[in-house]
Design a protein around this ligand. Structure first.
Ligand code: GDP
Length: 300
């Protein structure tokens, strides 16, 4: 929690400080409520969620006669956790199933942090005592396979790659095959995220998935989303959820934005739980998403 707080605080304390300043006023007048609303909107909590949170907070403070800043903070914290849908299942399906490795596909627009996320996730799994194989199915970006292989070497995971410009689906197929033969626990497949046409993306990712599924189901499809791209990123993300069955979101670059409230919008808009968050470029900068801890860090 302390590390999370430090990481978020670097860019993020805006929300905490702004809100806490309002909450420590003597009176919660209209102006104060407007500022609370403003702070939440600025943090990308989204219009719908913001008005719900403020409405509930107003009612509860009225009913409870809340006055002290500490009580208000506690109520706000509760409302934010509620808005983060704490009941969602955020477990990762990375455990082997019936004699085959778990297969995890990592999808998203280029530059969001897909390859880095594959590397970090591999590290987490390896540190947990599991064996991992990486599949470099982003065959369009020349450096992507090198980058993934470098991560693999660093964390102790084999990488299966194909010829540059080759068929991503065939690399993914070979990766699952090699992983099954080697008896590894998890195969992580990095995919290409060229945002050309929706049809092109659908064809490409759909094919990767279909071809992989010849050897067994895809257990987890993680959509990587860059927190700094805000509502724009959300629109792009929606295309992916229409193309493949996304089972979890990885929200990256939360260390570089004051818009941590985007977690709330993402889950509301896409209907998919945020499972992991990226808090930096380093190998240890991937954390499971925990609503309670996140709100605590957010409020500083
Ligand atoms: P891809 O094209 O989606 O595979 O993206 P990359 O994995 O190559 O990442 C793009 C850039 O974002 C790289 O410079 C990464 O180091 C950086 N990056 C990825 N995740 C994070 C994160 O959580 N925080 C920060 N600050 N940078 C990140």
């Amino acid at each position: 929690l302390l590390r999370l707080r430090a990481r978020l605080a670097r860019s993020q304390s805006g929300l905490g400080r702004g809100l806490l300043a309002v909450l420590s006023r003597d009176r919660l007048d209209e102006d104060a409520w407007e500022q609370i609303e403003e702070s939440l909107l600025t943090a990308d909590v989204g219009v719908g969620a913001t008005s719900e949170i403020v409405e509930r907070l107003r009612n509860r403070t009225k009913v409870l006669g809340t006055r002290s800043p500490a009580e208000l903070r506690a109520l706000l914290s509760e409302e934010l956790v509620t808005a983060l849908l704490p009941e969602l299942d955020r477990s990762l399906h990375t455990l082997p199933v019936a004699g085959r490795p778990a297969v995890v596909m990592v999808v998203g627009v280029n530059g969001t942090g897909k390859t880095t996320t594959c590397g970090k996730l591999a590290r987490v799994l390896v540190a947990d005592g599991r064996t991992v194989l990486l599949g470099a199915a982003d065959t369009f970006r020349a450096a992507a396979a090198d980058q993934l292989q470098t991560w693999g070497a660093r964390v102790g995971a084999e990488t299966v790659r194909g010829p540059e410009g080759g068929d991503p689906a065939s690399v993914a197929f070979e990766a699952v095959k090699a992983g099954t033969a080697a008896g590894v626990d998890t195969v992580l497949i990095d995919t290409a995220g060229r945002l050309h046409t929706k049809v092109g993306l659908m064809d490409e990712l759909g094919k990767v998935k279909r071809v992989v599924e010849k050897q067994g189901p895809v257990d987890e499809t993680l959509l990587v989303l860059d927190a700094t791209t805000g509502q724009n990123g959300l629109t792009q993300a929606r295309v992916f959820t229409e193309v493949v069955d996304v089972t979890g979101i990885v929200l990256t670059k939360l260390d570089g934005t004051a818009k941590g409230g985007i977690v709330i919008s993402v889950q509301r808009e896409l209907g998919v739980p945020v499972k992991l968050i990226g808090l930096g470029e380093g190998a240890d900068d991937l954390a499971p998403f925990d609503p309670q801890q996140f709100v605590e860090a957010l409020l500083g």
